[in-house]
Structures are given as structure tokens and as C-alpha cells.
Design a protein around this ligand. Structure first.
Ligand code: CTP
Ligand code: MG
Length: 221
């Protein structure tokens, strides 16, 4: 279907309103390899989606690449996504949610999740195999070793049919990703091949790894 420029078909929400408690600072505003993490995330979203909304800490003004709108976030990631959902163009058919703390997501990965929703899924999430052995614990005591075969580690960008994402967020539920809310609401979420380089900066130990990966990407592009 032809889409006029005033009616975006795909909208991206880049969530950048976190406090970075595990890192010790709002890491999404740090510079790695010459650009802020949030600016890299916004630029890749803008290259693949018709409009981008960035969700910011309430005390911060947007000073990065051009976006359709910048809005204040909430106390939790889910609340920040809801703030983004209220700010995107209501005509967008597909909504992509992406963490500002993942500067290495490629345009190809955005396109893959978008195309998977276009092909009929309610949601599409990139995932990589779990390589460590996973155990369930009670305090420091191991209760169970979980069978790794059926487990995956999930990343962003995550794409959704806009109606499915709105319905999933309608009741203000909490989860660490949007797919969990869409699944809980009965939506069909499909897994696509994630990118092992698409790391999220979570602790200070992640930053030098992300910097090395960014340098490698620069050298080969
Ligand atoms: N995020 C957000 N609003 C929140 C919490 C998180 O927009 N209230 C965003 C973060 O800015 C980040 C993404 O969601 O880009 C993934 O969250 P996470 O890595 O957990 O970041 P923080 O919540 O900031 O870190 P921490 O959990 O260590 O406090
Ligand atoms: Mg968090």
C-alpha cells in the first residue's frame, strides 16, 4: 500500500529515559567511538523507519539528530515505552521499540523485524542462543539446572503491529521487554536471528567491548 509522507507506516520509539543504575550513570548519553550511544540508536532507527520518537529523562532536552518528537519517559522501561506510544503518529501500522543503550543494532536487523511483522506476526524479536549454562537459584543455593536447549536471549529492535503493542500496554503492565507484554496478551511473537554484536551497555564492563566492536565496524565499512 502506498503511504503518503504525512502518514508514517513505521514509527520507532528509542527509549533513553533510564537512570543506568547498574552502570552508575545514564550510559545512553556516553560517547563511544566518537558518537553518543543514543545518537547511534536514533540514526539507525531514522534510516529504517518513517519517524522516530526519542524518550528522555524528564530533566533532559533533546540535543541529538533530528527526530519527529522527544518526550519525557517514566519510572520504568514499560512506562517510557507508553510515553513513546502516546507520541508517535497514530497512523503508524508498525512500531519498532529500541534501546538507546544498543548502539550496534544494524539497519538490516531493523528491516528484518519490520518485514517479519509485515509478513503477519504480531511481534518480531531478535534473539541469540544462550551459551552459558543457566541455573535457578534460591539465594546462593542452586535449585535447578535449566535445559539451555529451549532458551534464547532477546534483544531490541523489536517490531510490533501497532494495535497489538497498544493493546499490550493498555493496562500499564510491567516487563523488561515489550514482547513479554504482547505474548501475555495472546499475541504471536516470532523470533528472528539476532546479532551477537548487538550488545546492550548495562555495566561498565560492557563499554570497552562495545567500543572495540564499534571500531571494528568502522574499519570494515
Ligand atoms: N529505559 C527507559 N526508561 C526507564 C528505564 C529504562 O527509557 N525508566 C531505557 C534505558 O534508557 C535503556 C533501555 O530502556 O536504553 C534498556 O534499559 P536498561 O539497560 O535496563 O537501562 P537502565 O534502566 O537505564 O539501567 P538500570 O536497569 O541498570 O538502571
Ligand atoms: Mg533498567
Amino acid at each position: 500500500m502506498a503511504v503518503s509522507p504525512s502518514q508514517p507506516d513505521t514509527a520507532a520509539i528509542v527509549v533513553a529515559a533510564g537512570r543506568g543504575e547498574r552502570f552508575g550513570a545514564p550510559k545512553q548519553f556516553l560517547v563511544a567511538g566518537g558518537a553518543r550511544l543514543v545518537d547511534r540508536a536514533v540514526e539507525t532507527a531514522a534510516a529504517t523507519c518513517d519517524e522516530v520518537v526519542v524518550v528522555l529523562p524528564p530533566d533532559r532536552a533533546w540535543d541529538g539528530p533530528a527526530v519527529a518528537r522527544a518526550v519525557p519517559g517514566g519510572d520504568t522501561r514499560a512506562a517510557s515505552v507508553r510515553a513513546g506510544l502516546a507520541a508517535i503518529d497514530p497512523h503508524a501500522e508498525i512500531v519498532v521499540v529500541h534501546d538507546a543503550a544498543r548502539p550496534l543494532a544494524t539497519p538490516e536487523l531493523f528491516e528484518l523485524v519490520i518485514d517479519t511483522v509485515r509478513a503477519g506476526a504480531d511481534g518480531a524479536v531478535p534473539a541469540t542462543p544462550v551459551t552459558d549454562t543457566i541455573k535457578r537459584v534460591d539465594g546462593d543455593r542452586v535449585v535447578e539446572t535449566v535445559d539451555r536447549a529451549g532458551l534464547i536471549a532477546v534483544q531490541t529492535p523489536q517490531a510490533f503491529r501497532a494495535s497489538a503493542l497498544r493493546a499490550a500496554h493498555e493496562h500499564g503492565s510491567e516487563a523488561t521487554d515489550d514482547a513479554a507484554l504482547v505474548e501475555a496478551n495472546g499475541g504471536a511473537v516470532v523470533v528472528v536471528a539476532g546479532d551477537p554484536r548487538n550488545l546492550k551497555v548495562t555495566t561498565v564492563a560492557d563499554l570497552p567491548i562495545v567500543e572495540a566492536l564499534l571500531a571494528e565496524v568502522e574499519a570494515t565499512s
